[in-house]
Write a protein that binds this ligand. Structure first.
Ligand SMILES: CC(C)(COP(=O)(O)OP(=O)(O)OC[C@H]1O[C@@H](n2cnc3c(N)ncnc32)[C@H](O)[C@@H]1OP(=O)(O)O)[C@@H](O)C(=O)NCCC(=O)NCCS
Length: 391
Protein backbone atom coordinates (compact mmCIF):
# COMPACT_ATOMS: atom_id res chain seq x y z
CA UNK A 1 0.00 0.00 0.00
CA UNK A 2 1.22 3.49 -0.85
CA UNK A 3 2.30 5.55 2.13
CA UNK A 4 1.21 9.23 1.84
CA UNK A 5 3.10 11.88 3.81
CA UNK A 6 3.02 15.68 3.66
CA UNK A 7 5.89 17.74 5.02
CA UNK A 8 7.57 21.12 4.69
CA UNK A 9 10.68 21.30 2.49
CA UNK A 10 13.29 24.07 2.61
CA UNK A 11 16.61 25.17 1.12
CA UNK A 12 18.19 22.94 -1.54
CA UNK A 13 15.42 20.38 -1.21
CA UNK A 14 12.89 23.10 -2.02
CA UNK A 15 14.78 24.02 -5.16
CA UNK A 16 14.77 20.38 -6.23
CA UNK A 17 10.97 20.34 -5.76
CA UNK A 18 10.57 23.53 -7.81
CA UNK A 19 12.46 21.77 -10.57
CA UNK A 20 10.53 18.49 -10.34
CA UNK A 21 7.00 19.72 -9.61
CA UNK A 22 6.59 23.39 -10.55
CA UNK A 23 8.64 22.97 -13.74
CA UNK A 24 6.11 20.58 -15.24
CA UNK A 25 2.99 22.40 -13.95
CA UNK A 26 3.81 26.05 -14.59
CA UNK A 27 6.46 26.32 -17.33
CA UNK A 28 6.73 25.41 -21.00
CA UNK A 29 8.23 21.92 -21.44
CA UNK A 30 9.99 19.79 -22.62
CA UNK A 31 12.72 20.30 -21.69
CA UNK A 32 12.18 21.09 -18.01
CA UNK A 33 13.95 24.33 -17.11
CA UNK A 34 17.39 23.70 -15.66
CA UNK A 35 17.80 23.70 -11.89
CA UNK A 36 19.79 26.95 -12.14
CA UNK A 37 16.81 28.72 -13.74
CA UNK A 38 14.86 28.19 -10.52
CA UNK A 39 17.51 29.92 -8.43
CA UNK A 40 16.01 33.46 -8.66
CA UNK A 41 12.63 32.17 -7.48
CA UNK A 42 14.29 30.23 -4.70
CA UNK A 43 16.24 33.32 -3.59
CA UNK A 44 12.93 35.19 -3.35
CA UNK A 45 11.19 32.38 -1.52
CA UNK A 46 12.97 32.41 1.80
CA UNK A 47 9.80 33.60 3.48
CA UNK A 48 7.67 30.88 1.83
CA UNK A 49 6.26 27.81 3.51
CA UNK A 50 6.46 25.09 0.88
CA UNK A 51 4.67 21.76 1.46
CA UNK A 52 5.19 18.58 -0.57
CA UNK A 53 3.08 15.42 -0.63
CA UNK A 54 5.08 12.20 -1.09
CA UNK A 55 3.80 8.86 -2.39
CA UNK A 56 6.22 6.68 -0.41
CA UNK A 57 9.49 8.58 -1.14
CA UNK A 58 8.35 10.17 -4.39
CA UNK A 59 7.34 13.85 -4.37
CA UNK A 60 4.15 14.28 -6.43
CA UNK A 61 2.20 17.31 -5.12
CA UNK A 62 3.16 20.79 -3.88
CA UNK A 63 1.50 23.86 -2.34
CA UNK A 64 3.01 26.95 -0.75
CA UNK A 65 2.13 30.25 0.87
CA UNK A 66 3.85 33.54 1.39
CA UNK A 67 3.06 35.76 4.37
CA UNK A 68 1.35 38.98 3.31
CA UNK A 69 -0.37 41.90 4.96
CA UNK A 70 -3.85 42.80 3.75
CA UNK A 71 -6.28 45.65 4.30
CA UNK A 72 -9.76 44.33 5.02
CA UNK A 73 -12.22 47.16 5.60
CA UNK A 74 -9.52 49.50 6.83
CA UNK A 75 -7.68 47.17 9.22
CA UNK A 76 -4.37 45.46 8.33
CA UNK A 77 -4.35 41.68 8.87
CA UNK A 78 -1.89 38.86 8.25
CA UNK A 79 -2.82 36.95 5.10
CA UNK A 80 -1.48 33.81 3.44
CA UNK A 81 -0.90 34.19 -0.32
CA UNK A 82 -1.21 30.64 -1.71
CA UNK A 83 0.79 29.61 -4.81
CA UNK A 84 2.59 26.61 -6.33
CA UNK A 85 -0.37 24.19 -6.12
CA UNK A 86 0.62 21.38 -8.48
CA UNK A 87 0.20 17.64 -8.91
CA UNK A 88 2.22 15.50 -11.33
CA UNK A 89 -0.14 14.12 -14.03
CA UNK A 90 0.21 10.48 -12.89
CA UNK A 91 -1.06 11.46 -9.43
CA UNK A 92 -3.96 13.72 -10.47
CA UNK A 93 -7.66 13.17 -9.69
CA UNK A 94 -7.06 11.35 -6.43
CA UNK A 95 -7.84 14.28 -4.14
CA UNK A 96 -4.14 15.05 -3.47
CA UNK A 97 -4.37 18.79 -4.26
CA UNK A 98 -7.31 19.07 -1.89
CA UNK A 99 -5.37 17.11 0.74
CA UNK A 100 -2.29 19.33 0.54
CA UNK A 101 -4.48 22.45 0.58
CA UNK A 102 -6.07 21.18 3.77
CA UNK A 103 -2.57 20.76 5.28
CA UNK A 104 -1.59 24.25 4.09
CA UNK A 105 -4.69 25.82 5.66
CA UNK A 106 -3.72 24.16 8.96
CA UNK A 107 -0.15 25.41 8.63
CA UNK A 108 -1.34 28.96 8.03
CA UNK A 109 -3.58 28.81 11.05
CA UNK A 110 -0.64 27.71 13.23
CA UNK A 111 1.20 30.80 11.94
CA UNK A 112 -1.67 33.06 13.16
CA UNK A 113 -2.81 33.98 9.67
CA UNK A 114 -6.28 35.61 9.58
CA UNK A 115 -7.12 35.54 5.84
CA UNK A 116 -5.95 33.79 2.68
CA UNK A 117 -5.71 34.90 -0.96
CA UNK A 118 -5.00 32.97 -4.16
CA UNK A 119 -5.39 33.08 -7.94
CA UNK A 120 -7.39 30.00 -8.97
CA UNK A 121 -6.88 27.71 -11.94
CA UNK A 122 -10.64 27.03 -11.58
CA UNK A 123 -12.89 28.87 -9.15
CA UNK A 124 -15.16 25.92 -8.29
CA UNK A 125 -12.21 23.90 -6.97
CA UNK A 126 -11.24 26.58 -4.45
CA UNK A 127 -14.83 27.61 -3.69
CA UNK A 128 -15.32 24.14 -2.27
CA UNK A 129 -12.31 24.88 -0.04
CA UNK A 130 -14.01 28.00 1.32
CA UNK A 131 -12.67 30.71 -1.02
CA UNK A 132 -14.94 33.27 -2.74
CA UNK A 133 -14.32 35.29 -5.87
CA UNK A 134 -13.33 38.96 -5.92
CA UNK A 135 -14.80 41.28 -8.59
CA UNK A 136 -12.81 41.45 -11.82
CA UNK A 137 -10.18 44.19 -12.14
CA UNK A 138 -10.08 45.79 -15.59
CA UNK A 139 -7.68 47.00 -18.25
CA UNK A 140 -8.68 50.35 -19.76
CA UNK A 141 -7.27 50.59 -23.31
CA UNK A 142 -7.17 54.01 -24.96
CA UNK A 143 -5.12 56.13 -27.33
CA UNK A 144 -2.93 58.50 -25.27
CA UNK A 145 -3.72 61.27 -27.81
CA UNK A 146 -7.19 61.45 -26.22
CA UNK A 147 -5.49 62.79 -23.07
CA UNK A 148 -3.92 65.70 -25.02
CA UNK A 149 -6.21 68.39 -23.43
CA UNK A 150 -4.39 67.71 -20.14
CA UNK A 151 -1.13 69.00 -21.62
CA UNK A 152 -2.56 72.55 -21.47
CA UNK A 153 -3.25 72.37 -17.74
CA UNK A 154 -0.85 73.82 -15.21
CA UNK A 155 -0.90 71.20 -12.47
CA UNK A 156 0.65 72.11 -9.10
CA UNK A 157 3.22 69.33 -9.01
CA UNK A 158 5.48 67.18 -11.19
CA UNK A 159 6.22 63.60 -12.19
CA UNK A 160 9.66 62.08 -11.61
CA UNK A 161 10.74 59.02 -13.61
CA UNK A 162 13.00 56.22 -12.36
CA UNK A 163 13.70 52.62 -13.21
CA UNK A 164 12.02 50.43 -10.65
CA UNK A 165 15.41 49.45 -9.25
CA UNK A 166 16.20 53.15 -8.60
CA UNK A 167 12.78 54.11 -7.27
CA UNK A 168 11.98 50.95 -5.33
CA UNK A 169 12.34 52.38 -1.81
CA UNK A 170 10.06 55.38 -2.45
CA UNK A 171 7.60 53.29 -4.46
CA UNK A 172 7.42 50.64 -1.79
CA UNK A 173 6.91 53.18 1.00
CA UNK A 174 4.11 54.74 -1.05
CA UNK A 175 2.41 51.36 -1.57
CA UNK A 176 2.47 50.78 2.17
CA UNK A 177 0.80 54.16 2.71
CA UNK A 178 -1.84 53.45 0.06
CA UNK A 179 -2.52 50.02 1.56
CA UNK A 180 -4.08 51.73 4.59
CA UNK A 181 -6.76 53.17 2.27
CA UNK A 182 -7.52 50.35 -0.20
CA UNK A 183 -9.85 47.58 0.92
CA UNK A 184 -8.48 44.18 -0.08
CA UNK A 185 -4.96 45.42 -0.88
CA UNK A 186 -2.38 42.75 -0.11
CA UNK A 187 1.38 43.29 0.06
CA UNK A 188 4.20 40.82 0.28
CA UNK A 189 6.99 41.60 2.71
CA UNK A 190 10.67 41.08 1.94
CA UNK A 191 10.01 38.73 -0.94
CA UNK A 192 8.27 41.27 -3.07
CA UNK A 193 10.95 43.88 -2.48
CA UNK A 194 13.73 41.49 -3.43
CA UNK A 195 11.74 40.36 -6.44
CA UNK A 196 10.99 43.88 -7.62
CA UNK A 197 14.65 44.89 -7.23
CA UNK A 198 15.46 42.40 -9.94
CA UNK A 199 12.77 43.83 -12.19
CA UNK A 200 14.81 46.54 -13.82
CA UNK A 201 12.54 46.39 -16.85
CA UNK A 202 9.82 48.65 -15.39
CA UNK A 203 9.56 52.42 -15.16
CA UNK A 204 8.14 53.90 -12.01
CA UNK A 205 6.62 57.38 -12.36
CA UNK A 206 6.22 59.21 -9.05
CA UNK A 207 3.78 62.12 -8.80
CA UNK A 208 4.91 64.75 -6.29
CA UNK A 209 3.30 67.92 -4.94
CA UNK A 210 5.45 70.16 -2.72
CA UNK A 211 8.04 67.35 -2.59
CA UNK A 212 5.48 64.89 -1.18
CA UNK A 213 4.67 61.69 -3.04
CA UNK A 214 0.99 61.67 -3.94
CA UNK A 215 0.81 59.08 -6.73
CA UNK A 216 2.74 56.34 -8.51
CA UNK A 217 2.45 54.20 -11.59
CA UNK A 218 4.51 51.34 -12.97
CA UNK A 219 4.79 50.82 -16.71
CA UNK A 220 6.88 49.67 -19.62
CA UNK A 221 7.04 50.46 -23.32
CA UNK A 222 7.06 47.48 -25.63
CA UNK A 223 8.21 49.30 -28.76
CA UNK A 224 7.81 52.52 -30.73
CA UNK A 225 4.21 52.57 -31.97
CA UNK A 226 3.27 49.63 -29.74
CA UNK A 227 1.28 49.35 -26.53
CA UNK A 228 2.26 50.87 -23.17
CA UNK A 229 1.09 48.57 -20.36
CA UNK A 230 0.60 50.45 -17.07
CA UNK A 231 0.52 47.71 -14.48
CA UNK A 232 0.04 49.84 -11.34
CA UNK A 233 -1.78 53.15 -10.98
CA UNK A 234 -2.35 54.66 -7.52
CA UNK A 235 -3.00 58.19 -6.39
CA UNK A 236 -3.97 60.11 -3.24
CA UNK A 237 -6.25 62.70 -4.85
CA UNK A 238 -7.45 64.21 -8.13
CA UNK A 239 -4.35 66.35 -8.74
CA UNK A 240 -2.18 63.23 -8.42
CA UNK A 241 -4.40 61.26 -10.78
CA UNK A 242 -4.34 63.95 -13.46
CA UNK A 243 -0.58 64.46 -13.04
CA UNK A 244 -0.11 60.78 -13.90
CA UNK A 245 -2.59 60.96 -16.80
CA UNK A 246 -0.79 64.04 -18.14
CA UNK A 247 2.43 62.02 -18.08
CA UNK A 248 0.71 59.38 -20.20
CA UNK A 249 -0.49 62.12 -22.62
CA UNK A 250 3.18 62.95 -23.31
CA UNK A 251 3.45 59.56 -25.04
CA UNK A 252 0.84 60.38 -27.72
CA UNK A 253 3.46 60.44 -30.50
CA UNK A 254 5.31 57.39 -29.19
CA UNK A 255 2.83 54.62 -28.37
CA UNK A 256 -0.42 53.56 -30.03
CA UNK A 257 -2.30 52.51 -26.94
CA UNK A 258 -2.12 52.79 -23.16
CA UNK A 259 -3.22 49.63 -21.33
CA UNK A 260 -4.08 50.82 -17.84
CA UNK A 261 -4.71 48.08 -15.27
CA UNK A 262 -7.22 49.32 -12.72
CA UNK A 263 -9.09 48.17 -9.61
CA UNK A 264 -12.78 47.32 -10.19
CA UNK A 265 -13.94 50.48 -8.42
CA UNK A 266 -12.34 52.83 -10.97
CA UNK A 267 -14.48 54.41 -13.72
CA UNK A 268 -11.94 55.74 -16.25
CA UNK A 269 -14.69 56.40 -18.81
CA UNK A 270 -15.68 59.43 -16.70
CA UNK A 271 -12.18 60.92 -16.28
CA UNK A 272 -12.08 62.99 -19.46
CA UNK A 273 -14.42 63.67 -22.38
CA UNK A 274 -13.74 61.54 -25.48
CA UNK A 275 -11.42 59.10 -23.65
CA UNK A 276 -13.69 56.19 -24.66
CA UNK A 277 -11.58 53.44 -23.03
CA UNK A 278 -12.19 49.84 -24.03
CA UNK A 279 -12.59 48.00 -20.73
CA UNK A 280 -11.41 44.40 -20.56
CA UNK A 281 -11.63 42.34 -17.39
CA UNK A 282 -8.74 40.26 -16.14
CA UNK A 283 -8.70 37.34 -13.73
CA UNK A 284 -9.54 38.20 -10.11
CA UNK A 285 -8.23 36.43 -7.01
CA UNK A 286 -10.27 34.57 -4.42
CA UNK A 287 -10.17 35.08 -0.66
CA UNK A 288 -11.32 33.36 2.51
CA UNK A 289 -11.36 33.92 6.21
CA UNK A 290 -8.78 31.59 7.68
CA UNK A 291 -9.40 32.21 11.36
CA UNK A 292 -12.70 33.77 12.32
CA UNK A 293 -11.49 34.60 15.83
CA UNK A 294 -8.88 36.96 14.33
CA UNK A 295 -11.02 39.14 12.09
CA UNK A 296 -12.17 41.68 14.71
CA UNK A 297 -11.14 45.33 14.36
CA UNK A 298 -12.24 46.11 10.79
CA UNK A 299 -14.46 49.15 10.13
CA UNK A 300 -18.12 48.15 9.85
CA UNK A 301 -21.54 49.79 9.81
CA UNK A 302 -24.06 49.24 12.57
CA UNK A 303 -26.01 46.34 14.06
CA UNK A 304 -25.38 42.76 15.09
CA UNK A 305 -26.31 39.23 14.11
CA UNK A 306 -25.27 35.74 15.11
CA UNK A 307 -24.58 32.73 12.93
CA UNK A 308 -23.68 29.08 13.10
CA UNK A 309 -20.56 28.93 10.92
CA UNK A 310 -19.83 25.82 8.84
CA UNK A 311 -16.26 25.29 7.65
CA UNK A 312 -15.42 21.60 7.15
CA UNK A 313 -11.91 22.35 5.79
CA UNK A 314 -10.98 24.62 8.71
CA UNK A 315 -13.01 23.11 11.49
CA UNK A 316 -11.54 25.51 14.09
CA UNK A 317 -13.95 28.08 12.56
CA UNK A 318 -17.03 25.93 13.16
CA UNK A 319 -19.35 27.17 15.89
CA UNK A 320 -21.76 29.89 16.97
CA UNK A 321 -20.51 33.48 16.70
CA UNK A 322 -21.92 36.93 17.22
CA UNK A 323 -20.83 39.66 14.78
CA UNK A 324 -21.40 43.19 16.07
CA UNK A 325 -20.29 46.77 15.66
CA UNK A 326 -18.66 48.29 18.72
CA UNK A 327 -17.73 51.95 18.15
CA UNK A 328 -17.73 51.24 14.41
CA UNK A 329 -15.33 48.28 14.65
CA UNK A 330 -16.18 44.60 14.20
CA UNK A 331 -16.26 42.44 17.32
CA UNK A 332 -16.57 38.66 16.95
CA UNK A 333 -17.48 36.63 20.03
CA UNK A 334 -18.55 33.03 20.58
CA UNK A 335 -22.21 32.80 21.53
CA UNK A 336 -24.83 30.16 22.32
CA UNK A 337 -27.55 31.08 19.88
CA UNK A 338 -27.67 31.72 16.14
CA UNK A 339 -29.93 33.80 13.88
CA UNK A 340 -28.96 31.61 10.92
CA UNK A 341 -26.59 29.05 9.41
CA UNK A 342 -23.71 30.42 7.29
CA UNK A 343 -20.93 28.67 5.42
CA UNK A 344 -17.42 30.09 5.53
CA UNK A 345 -17.95 31.20 1.90
CA UNK A 346 -20.91 33.32 3.04
CA UNK A 347 -19.17 35.06 5.93
CA UNK A 348 -16.01 35.57 3.80
CA UNK A 349 -18.14 37.14 1.03
CA UNK A 350 -19.82 39.47 3.56
CA UNK A 351 -16.53 40.61 5.03
CA UNK A 352 -14.93 41.19 1.61
CA UNK A 353 -18.15 42.96 0.53
CA UNK A 354 -18.46 41.07 -2.73
CA UNK A 355 -21.80 39.20 -2.60
CA UNK A 356 -25.32 40.09 -1.57
CA UNK A 357 -26.57 38.00 1.38
CA UNK A 358 -29.93 37.65 -0.40
CA UNK A 359 -28.13 35.14 -2.72
CA UNK A 360 -26.80 32.94 0.09
CA UNK A 361 -29.78 30.56 0.33
CA UNK A 362 -29.73 30.00 -3.43
CA UNK A 363 -25.97 29.33 -3.41
CA UNK A 364 -26.35 26.78 -0.60
CA UNK A 365 -24.39 29.13 1.70
CA UNK A 366 -26.93 29.56 4.52
CA UNK A 367 -30.44 30.52 5.53
CA UNK A 368 -30.54 34.15 6.79
CA UNK A 369 -34.07 35.56 7.19
CA UNK A 370 -35.02 38.84 5.46
CA UNK A 371 -34.47 40.67 8.78
CA UNK A 372 -30.99 39.16 9.21
CA UNK A 373 -30.17 39.95 5.57
CA UNK A 374 -31.08 43.59 6.24
CA UNK A 375 -28.78 43.63 9.30
CA UNK A 376 -25.97 42.03 7.28
CA UNK A 377 -26.25 44.86 4.73
CA UNK A 378 -25.96 47.41 7.53
CA UNK A 379 -23.07 45.75 9.31
CA UNK A 380 -21.09 44.86 6.15
CA UNK A 381 -22.01 47.47 3.50
CA UNK A 382 -21.02 46.43 -0.05
CA UNK A 383 -17.48 47.52 -0.97
CA UNK A 384 -15.23 46.49 -3.87
CA UNK A 385 -11.90 44.92 -2.88
CA UNK A 386 -8.68 45.07 -4.91
CA UNK A 387 -5.88 42.64 -4.04
CA UNK A 388 -2.95 44.48 -5.76
CA UNK A 389 -0.35 41.67 -5.62
CA UNK A 390 -0.52 39.02 -8.35
CA UNK A 391 1.16 35.69 -7.93
C1 LIG B 1 -4.89 21.74 -10.63
C2 LIG B 1 -4.18 20.52 -10.04
C3 LIG B 1 -3.22 21.00 -8.97
C4 LIG B 1 -5.22 19.58 -9.45
O1 LIG B 1 -4.54 18.52 -8.80
P1 LIG B 1 -5.28 17.14 -8.34
O2 LIG B 1 -4.38 16.48 -7.36
O3 LIG B 1 -5.71 16.41 -9.53
O4 LIG B 1 -6.58 17.73 -7.59
P2 LIG B 1 -7.67 16.89 -6.79
O5 LIG B 1 -7.54 15.45 -7.13
O6 LIG B 1 -7.63 17.28 -5.36
O7 LIG B 1 -8.99 17.50 -7.39
C5 LIG B 1 -9.14 17.66 -8.79
C6 LIG B 1 -10.50 17.13 -9.20
O8 LIG B 1 -10.45 15.70 -9.16
C7 LIG B 1 -11.59 15.23 -8.47
N1 LIG B 1 -11.25 13.93 -7.83
C8 LIG B 1 -10.69 13.76 -6.61
N2 LIG B 1 -10.55 12.44 -6.37
C9 LIG B 1 -11.01 11.81 -7.46
C10 LIG B 1 -11.12 10.46 -7.80
N3 LIG B 1 -10.74 9.49 -6.97
N4 LIG B 1 -11.64 10.15 -9.03
C11 LIG B 1 -12.04 11.11 -9.88
N5 LIG B 1 -11.95 12.43 -9.59
C12 LIG B 1 -11.45 12.76 -8.41
C13 LIG B 1 -11.88 16.30 -7.47
O9 LIG B 1 -13.23 16.23 -7.01
C14 LIG B 1 -11.60 17.56 -8.25
O10 LIG B 1 -12.69 17.93 -9.06
P3 LIG B 1 -13.73 19.05 -8.59
O11 LIG B 1 -12.95 20.31 -8.29
O12 LIG B 1 -14.63 19.18 -9.75
O13 LIG B 1 -14.37 18.51 -7.35
C15 LIG B 1 -3.39 19.79 -11.17
O14 LIG B 1 -4.26 19.49 -12.24
C16 LIG B 1 -2.21 20.61 -11.73
O15 LIG B 1 -1.08 20.49 -11.24
N6 LIG B 1 -2.47 21.44 -12.75
C17 LIG B 1 -1.44 22.31 -13.35
C18 LIG B 1 -1.00 23.45 -12.43
C19 LIG B 1 -2.14 24.31 -11.91
O16 LIG B 1 -2.98 24.80 -12.65
N7 LIG B 1 -2.15 24.54 -10.58
C20 LIG B 1 -3.17 25.31 -9.89
C21 LIG B 1 -2.71 26.67 -9.65
S1 LIG B 1 -3.93 27.60 -8.73
Amino acid sequence: MTNITIRRVEGDEMMEMFYLLLGYAFRASPPLQSRENWLPLQKNSYEATFLVLFEDDKPVVSAAYHPMTQNVRGHIYSTGGVWGVSTLPQARRQGYARQIMSALLNTMREADVAFSLLYPFRESFYERLGYTTFPQPRIAKFNPATLAPLLKYDFPGKVELYTLAEGIAEYRAYLQRRQAHIHGMGLFGQWSEAYLKEMNNRWVALAKVDGQMVGAMLYFIEKLGGPMPVIRFYYDHSVAKYLLLEWLARHADQVAEVELQLPPYEQPETWLADLHPKLEPFDPPMGRILNIQQIGGMQVGSGQFSAHIRDPFCNWNEGLYQFESVDGLLKVTPTDRADCELTIQAISALVFGTHTPADFALRGWGNPSPATIATMHQLFPPILPYAHERF
